[in-house]
Design a protein around this ligand. Sequence first.
Ligand code: S3P
Length: 173
Amino acid sequence: MPPRVVLVGLPGTGKSTVGIALARRLAVAFADSDKLVARQTGRSVSEIFRLQGEPVFRQLEADMIAEVLVSFDGVLALGGGAVTTESVRQGLLGSGVLVAHLRARQDELLRRVSGGRHRRPLLAGDTAARLAELAEVRARLYAEVASVSIDTDGRSVDEVAAALHGQLIGQPS
Ligand code: S3P
């Protein structure tokens, strides 16, 4: 069985926090591809990037996503760069699952990724410039896979989860 909904978007768009809130509303489980890969390998995502490199991480990520797309029926959040892998995009499109793209303004993303302890190897250095670059390169990839696009600016986690919940049960929000 495929997930009820898959959340995609740049780092800092709130995929995990919104995903957890949405899973609670739907009374289903929540999973995050980064955490699944970390659990499987016994390494954090930043360790995998540092010790094995990005291509190895992307392969582990794609394999994990292919597996959960057929075996997990909760709410699934994907790492922000998962859509850069062609097989992931094909898998999402072929699964028939509702893919929701969470969006936020660049200044808001920068604020969110700058706080907290979550380490993101691809944002190291000039984080604002890196984020802008990722946004530009990935915009069309998110648009390709997502059937719903949700703006998170100025909305609480619960408001975004409620909007998505409405989409899932076919009500306007
Ligand atoms: C990445 C985003 C991260 C994680 C890895 C690469 C990316 O996940 O998968 O650091 O390429 O944007 P989050 O989107 O949960 O931060």
